[in-house]
Design a protein around this ligand. Sequence first.
Ligand code: MN
Length: 513
Amino acid sequence: MIKAYENHEVWFVTGAQLLYGGDAVVQVDSHSQKMVDGMNESGILPIKVVYKGTSNSSKEVLDVMTRAESDPKCVGVITWMHTFSPAKMWIHGMQKLRKPLLHFHTQFNEEIPWDEMDMDFMNLNQSAHGDREYAHILARMRKGHKTVVGYWKDAKTLEHIAVWQRVAAAWADAQDCLILRFGDQMNNVAVTDGDKVEAEMRLGYHVDYMPFSEVMTYFEQVADADVDALVKTYFEEYDHCSKIEDKESLEYKKVWNSAKAELTLRAVLTAKGAKGFTTNFDDLGDVAVESTGKGFDQIPGLASQRLMAEGYGFGAEGDWKTAALYRTVWYMTQGLPQGCSFLEDYTLNFDGEKSAILQSHMLEICPMIAEDKPKLEVHHLGIGVRKTPTARLVFTSKQGSGIAATIVDMGGRFRLIAADVECIKSKPLPKLPVASALWIPQPNFEVGAAAWLIAGGTHHSAFSYDITPEYWEDYAEIADIEMLHISKDTTLESFKRDVRINEIYYLLNKALK
Ligand code: MN
């Protein structure tokens, strides 16, 4: 179990019926408990599984699913049919359950005891047909779920459940998630915009804005001593040139301003209970900051970097969809080693088979993906309403494979695009001192980038080294949204066909529902 998920649990419900007598159900109950204990003791599942008994009738199924729906600790339900559990009894319960569902096709007994097997054994090991009857009603009801097939002691099997648990936890987190926007969308930008009402209905999170005048009321309450202390923490945590510690220098003043911006944002996010935010370099309040010292002297880039590392969702230029998606990526990868970040497709590097895309932003890259200790530096930033130096963490990223993901609003539906990428060694940028990553889209630059463009993907993404495509498959299944995956197997011919088929599928799906 992972500490970050200790308030979550996943329920395990066994389907049975009383046809084989009460004794059989008692034994099934004990088998189920042993299976759940074994799963919990495997060390593979990040979230505790809680056994909720056998369900033997429509009323019992409805009762347990109603409790699952209303229990805030429960982030999802695993169902397993030990026996032929006539599936009409699952209809009302499955209608009630809206939380993530996993159908586990397994069996208590591993290998067939060929010489000893009798009818008593059969009455206790009927998943082969029982799970089919149940799966039929899920298919018949068009009930979204994940199917995991395998023996319950196998690590490989449990790893599929572990992925789903993490996604289910992130889904629960998103249902109670506020994304605050400091400023609006960058003017005229299409791809990062979309339907915020549909986002709340479909994906769970709520998006609000906060005027800068209100941010400034928090700014004014930040104590100088707290800013001094945070600056000291920066100097302890990050490599830096000793001259920026000189309190008379411009650099020190700029680091100090960044620390005050961080404390301001923390105070706002805490007061509002927000789990993510967006900024906009064109909207930092209209205070004459240079003369009065009141207000942000530049976009709060260092704050965004540090808050991202703590799990706050972040999207630049008002990009609330990426802010929410980053929060989800961070939430589901807690305890995993490599890290995640908001990134932007910055500039292209044509180099034959190594052709790659530099990933960066003006300032806001999460230090979790840094290869080495980040450097705290102060440099000029000439974009936006303020044209002045500001502090930032500078580093290059780790190498290795990862996945970049984005959600776009296609009008009438959301489309999740997940692209496998290979991060290669990036280089320092002495004249453009920002954090960066450098990746080759899979299967190669030409096909990977073309597929992303055909899908209408953003220039912003939520990136992680720690996840596999299965995470996004599970997420798209739970959210019931379109997913396009760009992988080593992608060809443009098949990808274009998928895009066109999906167009029809989602139109028809909507008409049927
Ligand atoms: Mn951007």
